[in-house]
Design a protein around this ligand. Structure first.
Ligand code: NAD
Length: 333
């Protein structure tokens, strides 16, 4: 049985707990930590009161014997606790974005190299069914080369999360939300040769919407990520990818393929397990989070297979977004 402890029982932490519960054949959550007792109470409910609760995560790391530490803390705290967990010899599941600074990224990589533990980062979009289908189809070359693509990720202003609204703790919409597409684009096409960036900012000069254009040889890809929309605006994640021999569109959660020489069709995208849970955020479906956590536990930890989102790879995506922010003139002007 793989023993897991979770640090940070906010929105993402609760999401992960639901997934561990569904994976209870191989996994047992033995401890949770959060400085907010209301949050640990919610965690206890999901775990049927069957975990040890800590309000100090460092004490938990000292006392517990663990296989995995799952870190769902606000981004500015990721490095401190990931380094402490690695130093104890525990494998780490670390939520995205990895961290806020280059020094932190270097320290994380150094610590992983020194300790040899496994670290997967929560770039869950790589596990989303439509994006996974797109990556597999592109790799197979079924419709030829990608000529151009656009990705979009838009949300109501994250008034539900003081952490997200504070760019010093989250890194802003660019690092917190747009990174999902930046990371997926790197996964799909590799490192871009060139990036151009435009942003809109709020009255305080903080980036609220980023528009990036990536160039790969003769392929052009755009991605926009914004969260300055009204509270009633529905969360929107879409793409349009133009291959040599087909166009593929994700819109309103529906994936449609328009081949050059056949009728349009929608690939069947099946989830192994998925329910909607209320975690107090703009995501509720467990399916893709279940898949990424199951992959880490069963393939990476138990079967010793290479990871789909290694720490080094996720740091490269983080560095790409830092570069975009720098091109735009900084997170805050
Ligand atoms: N992969 C995804 O789709 C996705 C979605 C949402 C959030 N995230 C990421 O997950 C991370 C957490 O985001 P969230 O929305 O769950 O935030 P949140 O604010 O809802 O939860 C963070 C929790 O950490 C706790 N905490 C703060 N300081 C602590 C400390 N020192 N020790 C123990 N607990 C502490 C808070 O009390 C809170 O419960 C962020 O990095 C975010 O970017 C990822």
């Amino acid at each position: 049985m793989i023993k897991v402890a979770l640090i940070g029982c906010g929105a993402m932490g609760l999401m992960h707990l639901h997934c561990y519960k569904a994976l209870s054949k191989n996994v047992q959550v033995v401890a949770v930590a959060d400085t907010d007792s209301k949050k640990t109470e919610e965690a206890l409910k999901i775990c049927n009161n069957n975990v040890t609760v800590y309000n100090d995560a460092m004490t938990m790391l000292d006392k517990e014997s663990l296989d995995i530490v799952d870190i769902c803390l606000p981004t500015f705290l990721h490095t401190k606790f990931a380094v402490a967990a690695m130093e104890k010899g525990f494998n780490v599941f670390l939520e995205k974005p990895v961290c806020l600074t280059n020094d932190e990224a270097d320290l994380l990589l150094e610590t992983q190299n020194k300790t040899g533990v496994k670290v997967q980062v929560g770039h869950v979009v790589r596990f989303f069914k439509a994006y996974k289908w797109l990556k597999e189809t592109a790799d197979l070359g079924k419709y030829g080369k990608i000529k151009s693509a656009e990705f979009k990720r838009l949300s109501a202003y994250p008034a539900w999360s003081p952490m997200l609204m504070d760019y010093r703790r989250s890194g802003s919409v660019a690092l917190d939300m747009h990174i999902h597409d930046a990371d997926f684009i790197r996964y799909l096409l590799g490192e871009p040769d060139d990036v151009q960036v435009a942003v809109t900012r709020d009255n305080e000069g903080v980036i609220q919407h980023i528009f990036s254009t990536y160039k790969f040889d003769d392929t052009i890809v755009t991605a926009q990520g914004g969260w300055d929309f009204p509270q009633g605006f529905p969360f929107t994640a879409e793409f349009l990818v133009n291959f040599d021999k087909a166009t593929v569109v994700l819109k309103d959660n529906m994936l449609t393929v328009y081949p050059d020489d056949a009728e349009p069709y929608s690939p069947e995208l099946i989830s192994e397990w998925g329910v909607n849970v209320d975690i107090g955020a703009n995501v509720s479906y467990t399916g893709d989070y279940y898949d990424e956590i199951k992959f880490f536990i069963e393939e990476v930890i138990i079967n010793n297979k290479p990871d789909i989102v290694s720490l080094a790879d996720a740091i490269s995506s983080t560095r790409l977004v830092w570069k975009e922010i720098e091109i735009a003139g900084g997170v805050k002007k």
